[in-house]
Design a protein. Structure first.
Length: 99
């Protein structure tokens, strides 16, 4: 089975949700992306964002976490229905070599 067999092209897929709170935003950004608008709620009020905002890296990590969990859940569902889930792995570009 291929991923394209599971859903129509360009169809939205709900993979879950993630709650960003000030404590989590500050903790993540303090380690990985310490711009003032990610780590200091008071200073962030004077930023382009007008307040504390999550790092793009934080958002991407949360999205990947949700995506992986969704794919694992779907694989279990497919197996329970008697189907072989699609084999997911690295990007096809990672298989390209220089020779």
């Amino acid at each position: 089975m291929r991923v394209r067999d599971l859903m129509p092209l360009n169809a939205p897929v709900a993979i879950g949700s993630y709650h960003f709170d000030a404590e989590g935003i500050i903790a993540f950004a303090s380690k990985y992306d310490p711009h003032f608008f990610h780590v200091d709620a008071e200073k962030a009020k004077d930023s382009l964002f007008g307040g504390l905002c999550a790092s793009g890296w934080h958002v991407a990590a949360a999205a990947m976490k949700l995506n992986v969990a969704h794919n694992q859940k779907e694989a279990l569902r497919l197996k329970a229905e008697g189907h072989e889930p699609p084999k997911l792995g690295p990007s096809p570009a990672s298989a390209i070599s220089d020779g």
